[in-house]
Design a protein around this ligand. Structure first.
Ligand code: NDP
Length: 270
């Protein structure tokens, strides 16, 4: 019998996840059905309950439900507990709901694909919202020399950095306090959505640096255009999207799909 999965969001019509998981299923020979479901804003738990009652085995969770998904889980992975958010739900044979977050590992794998070395790197992460909280644990686990989290609201960056202090050399600040040079700058703000650029010094990229924007689209974001002009290698978040999906697929099916062909066909379809 075909196992059912879905992605929950609101809105969700433009999600690329059904296309990605259909490609993974075809590639690995797994018999799954994966759809996009718009959950009501005030009752995410009800949507998950109904889905599992109708045979649903697992789900991805996107904006704005990652915190609500976190709250309904019976058990959580350590990285989800750290992130305070869940993007992957799995219904166990015991009927309990297990939650994980795969966004961070998705970013780290995509950086690896692009040949970006994290060990010993000086990393600047822009933003202090849910996406950034989700990536700090795997970034710190890769052994960078330092991680600076910079945010428009400085207090959120310092509070976030304090939560991850036990995992490595991490600090938080406002944009105006950013000085020095970085090997990797990750834009995890939603400024790109508005076509805006965080106010940053033009001197922040070290020679050979990488600029990563978690956002993606048909055109490079304003952050990536700015970074390219300063000599950094630009990478957008399309690969992160595919890699987080592959990690969710692995949680559900125990198989790791090849991501490169899926990333390429998704890029062509943008
Ligand atoms: P949140 O709403 O939780 O956080 C938004 C962050 O952006 C905050 O730090 C906010 O600062 C900052 N911000 C918003 N507008 C501006 C601006 N004009 N200038 C500077 N900073 C700004 O969002 P998320 O963390 O969930 O998502 C952030 C981005 O990451 C989105 O673009 C999202 O699409 C992307 N993303 C991509 C993924 C992928 O797979 N590629 C996965 C997850 C997210 P302040 O605290 O001051 O308000």
């Amino acid at each position: 019998m075909t196992d059912r999965y879905c992605v929950f969001g609101n809105p969700i019509a433009h999600s690329k996840s059904p296309m990605i998981h259909a490609a993974f299923a075809e590639q690995t020979g797994e018999d799954i059905d994966y759809t996009a479901i718009e959950a009501p804003l005030d009752d995410f738990a009800g949507a998950w309950r109904r889905f599992t009652a109708e045979g649903g085995r697992g789900a991805n969770v996107t904006v704005p439900f990652k915190e609500q998904a976190f709250s309904l889980c019976d058990t959580l992975s350590e990285r989800a507990r750290r992130a305070g958010a869940v993007n992957t739900l799995l219904l166990g044979k015991d009927g309990l709901t297990y939650g994980d977050t795969t966004d961070g590992v998705g970013l780290v794998r995509d950086l690896e694909h692009h040949g970006v070395s994290l060990a010993g790197a000086r990393i600047l992460v822009l933003g202090a919202g849910g996406a950034v909280r989700g990536v700090l644990e795997p970034l710190l686990a890769a052994g960078p020399a330092s991680v600076l989290v910079a945010n428009r609201t400085a207090a959120k960056a310092t509070a976030l950095a304090a939560d991850f202090q036990d995992l490595g050399a991490i600090q938080g600040s406002g944009f105006e306090a950013v000085t020095g040079q970085f090997d990797l700058v990750v834009n995890g703000t939603s400024a790109s959505l508005a076509g805006e650029l965080p106010p940053l010094p033009a001197t922040l990229f070290a020679p050979g640096a990488t600029a990563y924007d978690m956002m993606y689209g048909t055109e490079p974001t304003v952050f990536l255009r700015w970074a390219s002009g300063l000599g950094a290698m630009p990478v957008d978040g399309l690969g992160m999207l595919v890699e987080q999906a592959a990690e969710s697929f692995y949680q559900w099916r125990g198989k790791r799909p090849l991501t490169a062909p899926v990333r390429e066909s998704l890029r062509r379809a943008l």
